[in-house]
Design a protein around this ligand. Structure first.
Ligand SMILES: Nc1ncnc2c1ncn2[C@@H]1O[C@H](COP(=O)(O)OP(=O)(O)OP(=O)(O)O)[C@@H](O)[C@H]1O
Ligand SMILES: Nc1ccn([C@H]2C[C@H](O)[C@@H](COP(=O)(O)O)O2)c(=O)n1
Length: 221
């Protein structure tokens, strides 16, 4: 794939060892339509933080091509995207707090849920190495996992009417797949996810997330 060469060239340009700045790095995670974009934009505004996303904008033109490939190739694209965004986080965190819309936990949770067939009970047990953070990937200070009921998620999905990836369609059609993604998120470790109920109004969710950030990120100015 010519797109693969282009992504690999960008990865090669990233330093092997990224040195992060002193400002906190906060990741917002969750299934699609739980409110990540809404929350990341509002938090970035409130904290005057840099707003980044994984996969990063510099490779988003190739995303569709990889989404059409078999799972292992698609997954490699999202994994490498995290390493590219890590170098963006490193630079941005020297200047201001950083808020990231999805990161490693998304890549891992969707990959685990896709690879494990059958029931939720077939997932690798809690504390298995698949739930550990990669040793060579820049770690965030805080990971917030937004959750809403399946019914509210569906209302939000239908309300916005955007196109979805096949995995997102699978999430809607297949509640076992959704549960496997949710359990995988919950079992991710070092850093683990801090769950925030994202069902209330946008303002109340924002206040809950900001209060968690202030509790957990003492280095905030
Ligand atoms: N607290 C809320 N109450 C009601 N609606 C909300 C709330 N937060 C977000 N929404 C709406 O739900 C929809 C999904 O929100 P958003 O796009 O922020 O989710 P997302 O998690 O970023 O989705 P995706 O991962 O698919 O990009 C949007 O139409 C948004 O306006
Ligand atoms: N870091 C990431 C980001 C996204 N993905 C995959 C998982 C889903 O298939 C899809 C959801 O992305 P969205 O539509 O919310 O932008 O992308 C991933 O594996 N890793």
């Amino acid at each position: 794939m010519p797109e693969a060469r282009a992504v690999l060239e960008l990865v090669d340009q990233c330093p092997r060892q990224v040195l992060r700045g002193a400002f906190p790095v906060i990741v917002i995670e969750g299934l699609d339509a739980t409110g990540k974009t809404t929350v990341t934009q509002a938090v970035a505004g409130a904290l005057q933080a840099a707003l980044l996303k994984s996969p990063p904008a510099c490779i988003s033109q190739w995303r569709q091509a990889f989404d059409d490939e078999p799972a292992i190739i698609r997954r490699a694209f999202y994994s490498l995207g995290n390493y590219i965004v890590a170098s963006e986080i490193a630079q941005a965190s020297a200047r201001s707090p950083v808020v990231v819309d999805r990161y490693w936990h998304s890549t891992a949770a969707y990959a685990i849920a896709t690879e494990v067939s059958g029931a939720v009970q077939h997932l690798p047990p809690a504390h298995h190495p698949v739930y550990q953070w990669p040793k060579d990937l820049l770690k965030p200070d805080l990971v917030v996992l937004l959750t809403v009921s399946p019914e509210e998620r569906l209302r939000r999905i239908r309300g916005r009417g955007l196109e979805r990836t096949s995995e997102e369609e699978e999430l809607e059609a297949n509640s076992v797949f959704r549960q496997k993604v949710e359990v995988s998120y919950a079992w991710m470790e070092s850093p683990g996810c801090h769950v925030v109920d994202a069902s209330p109004s946008r303002e109340r969710v924002l206040q809950a997330v900001l209060s968690l950030i202030r509790d957990r990120c003492p280095q905030l100015p």
